[in-house]
Design a protein around this ligand. Structure first.
Ligand code: NAP
Ligand code: MG
Length: 518
């Protein structure tokens, strides 16, 4: 089949007036949808429930984005039944047909680019550039995994047969019914990547979106429907993670769990999924991508402007609400004071406010829980280090926290060890590059990291010994691209899976070897 080679979808150029107008119009369109009610979708049927959840704009708590039906155990059981039933036909659907659904979905999202962008600005508080990159990444996942599936079909060519003796075949078959549990922080991209990988490999799923971004998830499910995905392949069962999510992951008919979120929930799911329930005839597979405590090391001979810019962009893009966000800068003592000054200057230039305003760089935090957690860490920062800038917050209209920087943190302080998931950056001093690497590796995580240095030997030391899944040399530590920087972390950052990479789809399948004697 002729298909053009994979390439990433370009970002929107907002210096173009037309693009700005389209974004503003899309924000108006979302406003017009306010208060709309959304059903569950199970086996292709829309189901309204009595129990609902109201999704609000985190920049303006009074603004309702949508009211969503919520699944209870009854609907989860129905979704499981439909997913099991549909698995029997979907698993036999040719891989090329499954891939075509993804290619078509990618095109639908391309056409609806500004709708999804604006929806993310409204429901997730994403500034324009961040929302646009999120939509682009969703398109990339669909384009990339579609092609990967076509590649994997050819695995059979790699197994040998013995002439006059036997013909061997080797194929990947899907696992069964899985549950997809994404986070809210890349409400379209990560959800799209996780879900499309599971279904293009022939599985059927229950999709339980993050509670705060359910409207975005609903519109993704509608795109997949429009792209020709048969009813029952994706069953949309929004609800509280600790209730309905918990019920589903424990169910004996669930074959795999694909989770992206916090370490605590991920570890809990991993433990629970290890228990073989009554009537369960397999070991559940768990793909868990979790948090990080990502560091940027600044060497004594580094380009200091590049260092400061990389730190500030990685720390405060989307208010630090990225698993890849820089939350520690480990700085050589010879350049420490200069970096502190440059970081302070750049941070104070960032525009904080409502992300509907095109100029906003730092929008709100996700919800009250996130606001509370981050402000508690600011209090801890005051006891552990010295405030450089920020430290103020205001939740009167939305969940706003000023980009905050603390300096002089001890390497084992809580600010240097624990994931905060907000705009709080810790700066710490070291006396050598060797020490910097030890500090960088001294947390329970291992997701992303960066080194800013002009010393070739130091860069090579980091390449070998900075133990993170995604290491960046002389650039920021956020912004991995599908197909270019397969993404996922070591240690308690996850199960070593790599989203957007050549090994990811295989995690959703199992190999079957058949030998026919000739
Ligand atoms: P979270 O609180 O762990 O939630 C993630 C998902 O798990 C949500 O859908 C949540 O539902 C659900 N959930 C919660 N408790 C559950 C349970 N007992 N059983 C089943 N599901 C349950 O994480 P988050 O706040 O959404 O996202 C932020 C975290 O994700 C950060 O730690 C970040 O580092 C991590 N993250 C990692 C990556 C990566 O690729 N490694 C990427 C993005 C984010 P509710 O929303 O209903 O609670
Ligand atoms: Mg949460």
């Amino acid at each position: 089949m002729a298909i053009y080679p994979y390439q990433t979808n370009p970002l929107t150029d907002f210096s173009n007036e037309d693009a700005v107008k389209k974004y503003q119009r899309a924000l108006e369109d979302i406003r017009a949808l306010a208060g709309k009610t959304y059903p569950l979708i199970i086996g292709g049927t829309a189901i309204m429930t009595e129990k609902t959840m109201t999704s609000v704009n985190p920049a303006n708590k009074k603004e309702v984005i949508g009211v969503l039906s919520q699944a209870s155990i009854k609907e989860a059981d129905l979704a499981l039944e439909k997913a099991l039933e549909t698995f029997e036909t979907w698993k036999k659907t040719p891989a090329s047909v499954r891939a075509d659904v993804l290619f078509k979905a990618a095109n639908i999202i391309k056409r609806r680019r500004f709708f999804f962008n604006a929806l993310m600005t409204k429901e997730a508080g994403k500034p324009w550039i961040e929302a646009d990159a999120d939509t682009a990444e969703a398109i990339d996942f669909l384009e990339y995994y579609g092609r990967q599936m076509l590649e994997l079909e050819r695995i059979d060519d790699k197994v040998l047969s013995r002439p006059d003796l036997e013909r061997n075949s080797y194929t990947y078959i899907p696992l069964g019914v899985g549950v997809i549990i994404p986070p809210w922080n890349f409400p379209l991209a990560i959800l799209t990547g996780m879900t499309s990988a599971a279904v293009v490999t022939g599985n059927t799923v229950l999709l339980k979106p993050a509670s705060t971004t359910q409207v975005i998830a609903y519109h993704f499910v509608k795109v997949m429907e429009e792209a020709g995905l048969p009813a029952g392949v994706i069953n949309f069962v929004p609800g509280k993670g600790s209730e309905i999510g918990e019920y589903i992951i424990n169910h004996p008919k669930i074959r795999f769990v694909s989770f992206t979120g916090s370490k605590d929930v991920g570890v809990h799911i991993y433990e629970r999924a290890a228990i073989v329930q009554k009537g369960q005839i397999w070991l559940k597979r768990v793909i868990a991508e979790m948090g990080g405590k990502d560091a940027i090391i600044v060497d004594d001979d580094a380009d200091l402007d590049l260092a400061a810019e990389s730190i500030v962009k990685s720390a405060f893009g989307f208010s630090g609400q990225k698993c890849s966000a820089c939350s520690r800068a480990i700085i050589h003592e010879r350049v420490y004071d200069t970096i502190v000054k440059k970081v302070k200057g750049l941070t104070e230039m960032l525009k904080v406010g409502n992300p509907e305003d095109q100029q906003t760089f730092v929008g709100p935090l996700n919800d009250h829980g996130a606001f509370k957690k981050v402000t508690e860490y600011i209090a801890i920062g005051h006891t552990e280090g010295t405030l450089v800038t920020g430290g103020t917050f205001d939740d009167s209209t939305g969940y706003f926290v000023k980009p905050t920087v603390f300096k002089d943190l001890s390497h084992t302080s809580r600010l240097m060890q624990e994931e905060i998931f907000g705009p709080v950056l810790a700066l710490s001093k070291v006396s050598s590059f060797e020490e910097a690497l030890v500090v960088a590796n001294n947390t329970e995580y291992g997701l992303t990291g960066a080194v800013i240095s002009n010393n070739r030997m130091h860069l090579e030391m980091a390449r070998a010994d900075f133990h993170v899944g995604n290491l960046y040399l002389n650039r920021k530590c956020t912004g991995a691209l599908v197909g270019y920087q397969p993404f996922g972390g070591f240690n308690l950052s996850g199960t070593d899976s790599k989203a957007g990479g050549p090994d990811y789809l295989v995690l959703h399948m199992q190999g079957k070897s058949v030998t026919e004697q000739l």
